[in-house]
Write a protein that binds this ligand. Structure first.
Ligand code: G6Q
Length: 547
């Protein structure tokens, strides 16, 4: 793996961007558009089913060229190849990072430690397809012979957010005679509400856990088994009502699920990069194997683009560099993702994990502390137009710099007259208002009383990128979108020289929780040895709980 040593903030290319920022930082988008009437068309990329306009960002052609020079200095192209070739770029876990192999075509070759993983991927996809087909057709029946009508995915984090997001996104393609739900929280409410009104004899649980040891998932899985067996009265029912998706066959068997009913994936698939593996089994049951394969084709098309397109035409690279510009040179702390599509109502939560767990790091790949540059942004947002009636106020008139991605679709999923034009008019109008604002003179010209002028002025110059999808949401389009963001995150992490593929930051809380569990459960007075705050909260919890 080729790497360029040293902290990126010490590179000449970084310093050049700092100088450039000082030169261009007071330029308004109004001026940039006035100077270059062709800017809207020029600063855009047309890739697969996406037309992406990044002209309403606070940058010039020179900014992009300097950012690309930074990417070249970081040997981004070498990093991309290293990932696709299966080098162990997840250095702290000594693992390859090969979610791209999950969508490699049959017959391709991708090796990990000299072993071609593509036949394994397709063997599991084939088993998933056969299983999903049986459940969907009614051939796979519950223990009492009833048809499966409800599928409940139990998993958390990477074993939940992907399938849950994608199921919601592709609901229009799902089998409407079945119900699908996703239980992740260890709060019993999640399980209780998911099974409310369901017949255990018609319910299939898919237990998704890479490790099969995760506290929340195993607690929910045991509760599910109890709920099922209490009703069906026979341990043999587990075989018809539980399947597992995991890398840990030993733990799956220990739980009581036969490994015939286990769908495998591999340690080179990170949790948050896994919903196109067997972790997407619930999605495949919902939309069918053909829909799932169409989604994989969308991922694959974006993978190929990322791997082969030159930097200046490369969409994930361009979006990654623009994000880096705002975080490292313009002082932005967050990134809003605003889909104008109700089906994408969980996309931002999914991307929040993808980005924040990958790039929320403050040591570099070699273990050195990162002290003088920013890494991953806070990712947030919800579907438009709801946000417009809530938090957009702050984006328009607050004091923060918030780069926003607007995601709109040329075609509606449901054509009910005027709705889609209203939706998209709002999407486009927001990017226009954010960029150009409304000057005090314009406000005055409308006859607004002088005292109100400052309140009704919009300074504009708020950066947005518009992703305009050429059609409606489909499995293929979803695959393209998710792969786009995966590779955007990769681009940034590589330049920041961090390991985007581990997540040690989630460990400490888990360990401390294990210590606290018995202290909450015991009927004796526990010997509390935490800090004064935690000790007191435990005492109060115990007292309130007893009362
Ligand atoms: C994702 C993380 C994390 C993980 C969950 C569930 O990249 O690793 O979100 O997916 O902690 O882990 P299991 O699948 O092992 O239950």
């Amino acid at each position: 793996m080729s790497e360029t040593n040293g902290t990126p903030s010490a590179w000449d290319e970084w310093k050049a961007l700092e100088r450039h920022h000082a030169e261009v930082s007071d330029r308004h988008l109004r001026d940039l558009f006035a100077e270059d009437p062709d800017r809207g068309r020029r600063l855009s990329l047309d890739v697969l089913d996406l037309y992406v306009d990044f002209s309403k960002n606070r940058l010039t052609g020179e900014t992009l060229e300097l950012l690309r020079a930074l990417a070249r200095r970081a040997d981004l192209a070498g990093g991309i190849e290293a990932m696709f070739r299966g080098e162990k770029i997840n250095v702290t876990e000594n693992r390859a990072v090969l979610h791209t192999a999950l969508r490699a075509p049959r017959g391709a070759t991708v090796e990990v430690d000299g072993h071609d993983v593509v036949p394994d991927v397709h063997a599991v996809l084939d088993r998933m397809g056969a299983f999903a087909g049986r459940v969907r057709s009614g051939d796979w029946r519950g223990h009492t012979g009833k048809r499966i009508r409800n599928v409940i995915n139990i998993g958390i984090g990477g074993s939940d957010l992907g399938p849950a997001m994608a199921y919601e996104a592709l609901r229009a393609f799902s089998d409407r005679s079945m119900t699908f739900s996703f239980v992740s929280n260890v709060d019993a409410t999640a399980f209780a509400e998911a099974v409310h009104g369901l017949d255990p004899a018609e319910t299939l649980f898919i237990i998704c856990s890479k490790t099969f040891t995760t506290l929340e998932t195993m607690t929910n899985a045991r509760t599910a088994r109890r709920w099922c067996l209490e009703a069906l009265g026979d341990d043999d029912a587990v075989a018809r009502h539980f399947v597992a998706v995991s890398t840990n066959a030993a733990e799956v068997s220990k739980f009581g699920i036969h490994t015939d009913n286990m769908f495998e994936f591999w340690d080179w698939v990170g949790g948050r990069y896994s919903y196109d593996s067997a972790i997407g089994l619930s999605l495949m049951v919902a939309i069918g194997p053909d829909g799932f394969h169409d989604m994989l084709a969308g991922f694959r098309a974006m993978d190929e683009h990322f791997r082969t397109a030159p930097l200046e035409h490369n969409l994930p690279v361009t979006l990654g560099l623009i994000g880096l510009w705002y975080g490292d040179f313009c002082g932005a702390q967050t990134q809003a993702i605003l889909p104008y599509n109700q089906y994408l109502w969980r996309l931002t939560s999914y991307l929040q994990q993808l980005d924040m767990e990958s790039n929320g790091k403050s040591v570099d790949r070699g273990g050195a502390a990162i002290t003088d540059y920013q890494t991953g942004p806070i990712v947030w947002g919800q579907p438009g137009t709801n946000g417009q009636h809530a938090y957009y106020q702050l984006i328009h008139q607050g004091t923060k710099l918030i780069p926003c991605d607007f995601i709109g679709f040329a075609r509606p999923s449901h054509d009910l007259g005027v709705h889609h034009e209203l939706l998209m008019a709002n999407c486009l109008a927001q990017t226009e208002a954010l960029a150009f604002g409304k000057t005090a003179e314009e406000v005055r010209a409308e006859g607004v009383p002088e005292a109100q002028v400052p309140h009704r002025t919009f300074r504009g110059n708020h950066p947005t990128t518009t992703l305009l999808v050429k059609k409606e949401i489909t499995p293929n389009v979803l695959g393209q979108l998710v792969a786009l963001y995966e590779h955007k995150v990769f681009t940034q992490g590589w330049i920041w020289r961090i390991n985007s593929f581990d997540q040690w930051g989630v460990e400490l809380g888990k360990v401390l929780a294990e210590r606290i569990v018995p202290e909450l459960q015991t009927t004796e007075e526990p010997d509390l040895r935490h800090d004064a705050s935690t000790n007191e909260l435990i005492r109060r919890f115990r007292a309130f709980r007893r009362a």
